[in-house]
Design a protein around this ligand. Structure first.
Ligand SMILES: O=C(O)CCC(=O)C(=O)O
Ligand SMILES: [Fe+2]
Length: 328
């Protein structure tokens, strides 16, 4: 284990607070070879199949997406190298508009770590706001070449998100004049995670149970595994399959769809003697547009996000959509 690269938070806590009381024994449904997550082929998109996946699962596996596999492995490899630098160095070079946090997957609007009362997550996160990357030139050459790869990756992922959203719009009969406020490409960001390897025999949550607040999140994971999704009262592992992406529907998709689609609960388990890298692309509604829906009071994404931050500060956890529901 390259402890020099670990946030101090992890080296001092590795065997106690992070791994205590975290119901890691909660049963998980082990499926044999068969991967139960619905598969959506982007090259011959079946509207009905996509609709079913969104209604019944809130998550699907995307194949034939046209993102070069070399780009995905490049971003994975470079992320691995970047994370293996010393913690102090990472802190020094990963500055605005990027943010670097550990112990949580929740970031404030200014990029600060927001830690819930449920405890720490065994994860390091680097956040890349895509629209701000072209003005950012890193002093470190490794980081600067990574920035270029992230920008290219972000362009591909924005294309995937908009293609998927166009079909969802048809399936839900949404008003196409609202497309740009429902899915605002300028809000897109790429979040790179390392779930550092953990001492033998230990386990921790890399990310505790949550839903994403996005419209869509599109994930590429390496071969290690650990992601689980909640379906019909069971936790199912989302197996790593090369050349595929995992698409999660987020809270904003749930609202836009008037609850026809659900944002999927998921979590990440760390129990491996290897670092896991995952790259997630998130896209949101326009921050200032009011989202109208039959199930929730009208609100802007900016308000939703501010409420989440306030919830963490006052309650220790995010209440989420429940707090915005009409007739609770
Ligand atoms: O790393 C993963 O597999 C999922 C990460 C995640 O849930 C998130 O970024 O919101
Ligand atoms: Fe997530």
């Amino acid at each position: 284990m390259n402890m020099d690269s670990y946030p101090p938070l992890f080296s001092s806590n590795s065997n106690n607070t992070l791994t205590q009381n975290i119901d890691l024994d909660e049963p998980i449904e082990h499926t044999e070879d068969l991967d139960p997550i619905p598969v959506i082929d982007l090259q011959c998109l079946n509207l009905e199949k996509l609709d079913e996946a969104c209604k019944n699962w809130g998550v699907f596996r995307l194949i034939n997406h046209g993102v070069p596999s070399t780009l995905v492995s490049q971003i994975q490899d470079q992320a691995r190298k970047l994370f293996s630098l010393s913690f102090e160095y990472k802190q020094a070079i990963l500055n605005s508009p990027l943010s670097y946090v550990s112990g949580t997957v929740f970031l404030s609007s200014s990029g600060k770590a927001l830690t819930t009362s449920q405890g720490l997550n065994w994860v390091e996160v680097i956040n890349f706001p895509l629209t701000q990357l072209s003005q950012f030139q890193a002093q470190d050459s490794m980081l600067d070449s990574f920035r270029l790869v992230v920008e290219e990756y972000g362009r591909h992922l924005a294309r995937l998100a908009s293609t998927i959203f166009q079909v969802i719009e048809k399936n839900l009969n949404l008003d196409p004049s609202q497309s740009k406020s429902h899915l605002a490409e300028s809000t897109g960001f790429v979040r790179v995670h390392r779930y550092p390897q953990i001492a033998k025999g230990n386990q921790a949550w890399g990310a505790r149970v949550h839903t994403d607040s996005s419209v869509l999140s599109i994930l590429s994971q390496d071969q290690i595994g650990g992601l689980e999704v909640f379906k019909e009262n069971k936790w199912l592992p989302v197996k790593p399959v090369a050349n595929t992406f995992i698409v999660n529907l987020g809270d904003m998709m749930q609202v836009i769809s008037n609850d026809e689609y659900k944002s999927v609960k998921h979590r990440v388990r760390v129990c491996k003697q290897e670092d896991r890298i995952s790259i997630n692309y998130f896209v949101f509604p326009d921050f200032d547009s009011v989202i109208e829906s039959s199930k929730y009071k009208p609100f802007t994404y900016k308000e939703f996000r501010a409420q989440g931050q306030k919830d963490i500060e006052t309650l220790g956890f995010i209440v989420g959509l429940e707090g915005f529901k009409l007739d609770k």
